[in-house]
Design a protein around this ligand. Structure first.
Ligand SMILES: C[S@@+](CC[C@H](N)C(=O)[O-])C[C@H]1O[C@@H](n2cnc3c(N)ncnc32)[C@H](O)[C@@H]1O
Length: 244
């Protein structure tokens, strides 16, 4: 089989970009042929088995777009997947929150669906990606995220819409853009919530079938049709008058 990487290595720099595009097409065709042969089964059963995950790429587009908000004292769930990468030198302090006590990366262990010790008005930015869909009491949790943000602090949220279910992560919910807006506006106020959707019918179907970023052109990936979102994201600002 022709190795795309090996061919690219032999080419001078000016030709690499066009060669990348040309070499991508046979591989895209190969994937589609494999899909026809695979019947009802997807090509892969996890999001990163065959290449770069589509939903993570969309989530990263969102964080890149709002990277100016990732500054000062930040909070992220589970690990530093995105704060340092997108906030860079704007970040002065980072806390990692985890519900369970078994995560050595956690600097705060707390259940945000119960009364807890996390102080109010603490964080300039909270990155809450792929977390709300596992939370039973969403209203309480969002109220807590609002409480622990500083006035003018920003909450950046990403949740799944069209995607497969992973029972091992105890997933509970999927969100439409309207549903996410409604949930967040209860604590932050309607005018302080901006929701964006990422994905289209082709990439949504593709992710369900086990395809990855490499299986699509940039134009196909960057066409966002809210009727077929893979990922729904939101930016929420805590207004000073909402100070708790
Ligand atoms: C699937 S991880 C997602 C985080 C990760 N940064 C990502 O982008 O995939 C879910 C996180 O939610 C946290 N979590 C679940 N229930 C929680 C609760 N009731 N209170 C606080 N955190 C909770 C877990 O401890 C875990 O860190």
């Amino acid at each position: 089989m022709i190795q795309k990487k090996a061919i690219l290595q032999t080419l001078p720099k000016p030709f690499k970009q066009s060669a990348k595009k040309i070499l991508k097409f046979p591989l895209m065709l190969k994937t589609r042929a494999e899909l026809l042969m695979s019947g009802v089964e997807p090509l892969a059963n996890t999001w990163n088995q065959r290449g770069e995950s589509i939903h993570r790429t969309y989530l990263e587009q969102f964080l890149q777009e709002f990277s100016k908000d990732i500054k000062g004292h930040c909070l992220e769930f589970q690990e530093d997947s995105y704060t340092s990468r997108f906030g860079r030198t704007q970040v002065t302090k980072l806390d990692i929150l985890h519900k369970e006590t078994d995560n050595p990366k956690a600097t705060i262990v707390a259940d945000l669906t119960q009364p807890n010790d996390v102080p109010s008005n603490t964080f300039d930015c909270i990155i809450c990606t792929y977390t709300l869909h596992v939370i039973p009491d969403l209203d309480y949790m969002v109220g807590e995220l609002h409480r622990i943000l500083k006035p003018s602090g920003v909450l950046l949220v990403a949740v799944p819409d069209i995607t497969r279910n992973y029972p091992q992560y105890n997933e509970l919910w999927r969100f439409t853009a309207k549903g996410l807006h409604l949930l967040l506006a209860k604590s932050f106020g309607d005018e302080n919530v901006t929701v964006k959707t990422y994905g289209n019918s082709m990439t949504a179907a593709g992710e369900l079938r086990g395809m990855t970023v490499e299986d699509f052109t940039t134009a196909q990936l960057n066409y966002h049709d809210p009727r077929y979102a893979l990922v729904v994201c939101a930016r929420c600002v805590k207004k000073s008058e909402n100070l708790s």
